[in-house]
Design a protein around this ligand. Structure first.
Ligand SMILES: *Cc1c(COP(=O)(O)O)cnc(C)c1O
Length: 462
């Protein structure tokens, strides 16, 4: 036996399937274990062809280097890694400036693992402020069609979610709908600045004005939390005169995902408050940790420092000018795709990648009676490696299916052309080999981003 001279695929360790259940009794040689894991992952989709995700799928070599260099740094050890803590704080001040906090130097904020954690923190702060203000009933919050993190917030923290249904032609929360759902126990209105379903921006200024009227007429002073998961790193550069942020006094907190349009690696989010008084003291823990005494307000404890570090790298590398050029380039690919879609098939565009109307995404639906559903199209595109999400709209419009492509850093004009060419071939195929029974949401590609996606749908055109 001269195993060390064998080709790795001749090793006995690879002569059988991978361990799948029960903790393995004996181990595998390091290289064999690596090869096995590496090869299993071939079954995953190609992330850069994944148009369903909002998250970063392209990273510069320098960002990769910083991530590798900091893989052993725990962000919570602020005493041991004071410079990591300092870079995180610089990011908070930069974002407070970007989002127009009245005093960017003192606006409290923290990095998080993503928008979900940041949303929980924003929601908790609103709940604590409401209680400090004398609230005693069951707290509620009002929102439009939200990302699943808000349903989690409601359930985990016992707050009633009042999701305003989509009616008529409405695809998002509209200012005139808000007042009817508010009462004295409304802890906040969550405005989504870059909806998951369509990519459209909700009208935060309009919602704010509607809440000003509520204040005048009913006396309830209801704050806004903006879920700017994707929009928070777009509008400041590509629609700078659109007020959605701390320019509106009613906006008390904002969350954004660094790992979406912020161009940071996965695991990066931010939560910021307008001013110190908006972050209740009860949420802040002054952790005496190995000699340091530092305020923390996170749901997690240990987590990697690299996400905040490489966010700082992105901010200083790109600056406002660089972000503006990059985000504009991504928007123009989205617009190119929207134009191509209109020419390619029976599609009505819901969001065409206009930077004033929404994020760097395109969403569309089928028009007329078609012999296939968008789930069939999604399924067909997958055969070429493209991952495009088709899903039902939320409550009250759940019989309607839409499709969305999120255009991200690294998705070039040329890739959009390749996608359009494949989409044309898929449409030809589906028209000449019409499925006997079009796929439904339950049978389709399995993309879910809220609970409603589990509900089987009526078949389009049926
Ligand atoms: C993606 C997204 C979230 C969740 O963000 P994560 O960073 O994935 O935790 C919340 N809200 C909106 C609007 C989103 O697009």
């Amino acid at each position: 036996m001269h195993e060390e001279f064998d080709d790795i695929f001749a090793l006995p360790a690879l002569g059988k399937g991978a361990p799948k259940g029960g903790f393995p009794e004996t181990g595998l040689p390091a290289d064999a274990a690596y090869q096995l894991v590496h090869d299993e992952l071939l079954l995953d989709g190609v992330s850069r062809m994944n148009l369903a995700t909002f998250c970063t799928t392209w990273m510069s070599d320098n960002a990769r280097r910083l991530m590798a260099e900091t893989v052993d740094k725990n962000i919570v050890d602020k005493d041991e890694y004071p410079q990591t803590a300092e870079l995180e704080q610089r990011c908070v001040r930069m974002l407070a400036d970007l989002w127009r906090a009245p005093d960017a130097a003192s606006a409290p904020g923290t990095s998080t693992t993503g928008s979900s954690e940041a949303a929980m923190l924003g929601g908790l702060a609103a709940k604590f402020r409401w209680r400090a203000g004398g609230g005693t009933g069951t707290p509620n919050f009002v929102c439009g069609p939200v990302q699943v993190c808000w349903e989690k917030f409601a359930r985990y923290f016992d707050v009633e979610i009042r999701e305003v249904p989509l009616t008529g032609d409405r695809l998002k929360l509209e200012p005139e709908q808000v007042a009817r759902y508010c009462d004295e126990n409304t802890i906040m209105v969550v405005a989504t600045f870059g909806q998951t379903f369509t990519g459209l921006f909700e009208d935060v200024a309009g919602i704010s004005a509607a809440l000003d009227a509520v204040r005048r007429e009913r006396g309830w002073d209801i704050p806004i939390h903006v879920d700017a998961a994707s929009g928070g790193f777009l509008a400041p550069f590509t629609a700078p005169d659109l007020p959605w942020d701390f320019r509106l006094p009613r906006v008390k907190s904002i969350n954004a995902s660094g790992h979406k349009t912020g161009h940071a690696p996965l695991g990066s989010g931010w939560a910021l408050w307008r001013e110190p008084a908006d972050l209740p003291d009860e949420l802040v823990f002054n952790v005496n940790y190995l000699g340091g005494d530092l305020p923390t307000f996170n749901l997690n404890f240990s987590r990697p420092g690299g996400q905040a570090i490489s966010s700082y790298h992105a901010f200083i590398h790109l600056g406002r000018a660089g972000y503006t050029r990059l985000q504009s380039a991504i928007y123009s690919v989205a617009q190119h795709l929207a134009e191509g879609l209109v020419k390619a098939g029976p599609f009505e565009i819901l969001h065409d990648g206009d930077p004033r109307r929404g994020i760097t995404a395109v969403s569309w639906r089928l028009t007329g009676e078609q012999p296939f559903s968008l789930y069939d199209l999604s399924d067909r595109l997958r055969a070429r490696g493209w991952l495009t999400a088709a899903y039902p709209l939320p409550a009250d419009r759940g019989d309607e299916t839409i499709m969305r492509a999120v255009i991200r850093h690294g998705f070039s004009h040329d890739m959009a052309d390749l996608l359009l060419a494949d989409l044309g071939r898929c449409l030809t195929y589906l028209n000449s080999h019409a499925p006997r029974v079009p796929l439904t949401a339950a049978e389709g590609s399995g993309f879910t981003h809220d609970a409603t996606a589990e509900v089987p749908l009526k078949r389009p055109g049926a």
